[in-house]
Design a protein around this ligand. Structure first.
Ligand SMILES: Nc1nc2c(ncn2[C@@H]2O[C@H](COP(=O)(O)OP(=O)(O)OP(=O)(O)O)[C@@H](O)[C@H]2O)c(=O)[nH]1
Ligand SMILES: [Mg+2]
Length: 578
């Protein structure tokens, strides 16, 4: 087994810095850091030129261990993950949020919540446990009114968070870069030491588990002369030791770990939650910008997936089957098409299955995700009056335009990134967990037939006339061109209560014969005979054609209903009745 962690105890907590563009995230990360790592603070030349953050930036800050993290000696290291704010970079933000333990939501105190602050809040609710709100740029508030303006904004934020999992989280006011870009570096930030105390009080020991496959999100890759190629990133699961083989699944290559460092200190072992640089040899750093590395063969490249999902409540509009979304699967984003399905109605209240998908069960196809505001679906139209009953859990089948490489049970986020970024709306539509990936390119033939999602079909027709006590002729259930032969033997029910069986076609116009094994009730017979007489009378005088008029329908008081299930992925399109 691996060697234990290096001697001096350093606990690492990843702190994300998220917020709307220009709220001062990078300035805040800079003010907080004592040690900058290789990729901090908009180092990339493009980033400097545009004055915006284009990529995740990492830096760190070490403090004494706070009391809640147990007796010392030891140190607490906050790894600050500075995320971009620009709307177009939301994929990077989602990636960043998945490696953090604690989120700082940076708000420009002069502006309050903005569009991407809200999106970050949504992402935080999905991916993070804890949050601190940072009101930045308080130097811009006139000194006399500063305190009251801060209090007002603090209250406003607390109200915004009331119905989120971050209800009651701390709100801290700072000026990360008082005076703005032109101010001299000597200008001291305001409120930053208070913020550090709050971060310490919020720090917790995230569950760290060295077992299972090693998986790491690499954010930077560069070569060091005479050493090799270093990949830096956060260990997402498992652990890694010197000498282990690691795979770069996107490139299908495996390399041996030659040396490792954690913030400039050599180590022999790293585990879930650690930030580490891994050095390998004979690997061109240009081949990997960002991506995953892992225990060889532990990741899957999938073409489609089944996920358990929830709609994001701030997303306006319905989630429709067959719609295309940008789908972030773990750390990759691709376009994909969705198909929603729910439990069969009898299972609507079944307990939620978080980690497995049950292929034994039947599921009901849905035109759209069922939610309180989705009343356009077939199901709900019928139940218009009554309360719409919602299932406890819903799923989707995702079919990707390009295969994605991801671990099991990874986070999935669906968004509409083609929405105009200036439209003030939440682009994140749903989130969920990947339960089953389909690695076979021919999954449609090899895998989907196992997925028992059915559509409930309901056809209505009318009894045209009585043949004898045990049979009637029906119409309007099928189109003229329908091959009635495939329906022979299916059960139907008459509105008067009798059960019948389709016996075969009758004539050329889509009519058919129904056998009534228990015989027609006398009342039914009477109804039908009276109706037929009326009709033939009416028919003589007028020029009503037999097949069209609506009068005909009302003249026929007995309707026929045919109900059956058809599995969406059944290649034989069998009709099933229970
Ligand atoms: N007056 C004042 N200006 C600030 C403060 N903090 C940041 N700024 C300025 O606000 C602008 C944006 O700061 P950044 O730190 O780059 O903002 P950001 O949130 O990282 O921006 P993106 O990463 O592009 O989303 C810069 O011009 C900063 O100098 C502050 O506390 N007071
Ligand atoms: Mg920035």
């Amino acid at each position: 087994m691996a060697a234990g962690p290096a001697a001096p105890r350093v606990l690492n907590v990843n702190v994300g810095v998220l917020g709307h563009i220009d709220s001062g995230k990078t300035a805040l990360a800079r003010a907080l850091s004592t040690t900058g790592s290789t990729a901090a603070f908009d180092r990339a030349p493009q980033s400097r030129a545009r004055g915006i953050t284009l990529d995740l930036g990492f830096s760190c800050l070490r403090t004494a261990l706070p009391p809640q993290l147990g007796p010392g000696p030891g140190e607490l290291q906050f790894t600050l993950v500075d995320c971009p704010g620009h709307a177009s970079l939301i994929r990077t933000i989602i990636g960043g949020a998945q490696i953090i333990d604690l989120m700082m939501l940076v708000i420009d105190v002069t502006k309050g919540m903005q569009t991407q602050s809200a999106e970050c809040l949504v992402i935080g609710q999905i991916a993070c446990q804890k949050m601190v709100v940072v009101l930045n740029k308080i130097d811009l508030l006139p000194e006399g009114k500063r305190q009251s303006a801060i209090e007002k904004m603090t209250k406003k934020m607390q109200k915004t968070l009331e119905n989120t999992k971050f209800c009651g989280c701390p709100v801290v006011a700072v000026a990360a870069k008082p005076g703005g870009p032109e101010a001299p570096e000597s200008e001291n930030p305001l409120g930053v030491s208070e913020l550090i105390e709050v971060l310490k009080s919020q720090a917790y020991l995230p569950s760290r588990d060295p077992s299972g496959n090693f998986l790491m999100a690499v954010d930077h890759c560069f070569s060091i002369k005479g050493q090799g190629t270093v990949m830096t990133g956060t260990v997402l699961s498992g652990s890694v030791s010197l000498g282990d083989n690691v795979e770069i699944p996107a490139l299908k290559v495996t390399k041996k770990v030659k040396s490792m460092q954690m913030f400039h200190t050599p180590v022999t072992y790293a585990m879930q939650g650690d930030r580490v640089g891994i050095c390998v040899t004979q690997f061109d750093p240009k081949l990997l910008e960002r991506g995953l590395i892992c225990t060889p063969e532990s990741l899957h490249t999938i073409h489609a997936a089944i996920i358990s999902l929830k709609k994001i409540q701030y997303f306006r509009g319905a989630l429709q089957t067959k719609a295309k979304f940008h789908i972030t699967v773990g750390h990759e984003t691709v376009m994909g098409r969705v198909m929603f399905f729910s439990p069969a109605p009898a299972d609507f209240n079944k307990e939620i299955q978080e980690k497995v998908f049950d292929f034994e069960k039947d599921y009901l196809y849905q035109e759209e995700y069922l939610s309180k505001d989705s009343n356009s679906s077939e199901e709900n139209k019928e139940n218009d009056q009554s309360e719409v009953q919602l299932p406890r859990q819903q799923w989707a089948l995702l079919e990707f335009e390009k295969p994605v490489t991801c671990p099991k049970l990874c986070l999935v986020i669906g968004s509409k990134l083609d929405t105009d970024i200036h439209a003030n709306t939440c682009r994140l539509a749903f989130h969920g967990v990947l339960l089953q990936g389909m690695e076979d390119k021919n999954y449609m033939e090899t895998f989907l037939p196992k997925l028992k999602v059915y559509k409930l079909k309901h056809k209505e027709g009318q009894v045209e006339r009585v043949m004898d006590d045990y049979s009637v002729i029906g119409r309007s259930l099928f189109k003229k061109e329908t091959n009635i032969q495939i329906f022979v033997g299916l059960k139907v029910k008459l509105s008067t209560g009798e059960d019948g069986i389709i016996d075969g076609g009758f004539g050329q116009s889509g009519k058919f014969k129904i056998r009534i094994p228990d015989g027609l009730k006398p009342d039914t017979k009477m109804l039908l005979t009276v109706a037929s007489k009326k009709k033939s009378k009416a028919g003589k005088g007028d020029t009503i054609k037999e097949d069209e008029s609506s009068k005909n329908d009302s003249a026929q008081p007995v309707t026929i209903s045919l109900l059956f299930k058809r599995y969406v992925f059944d290649t034989q399109k069998k009709m099933i009745q229970s």
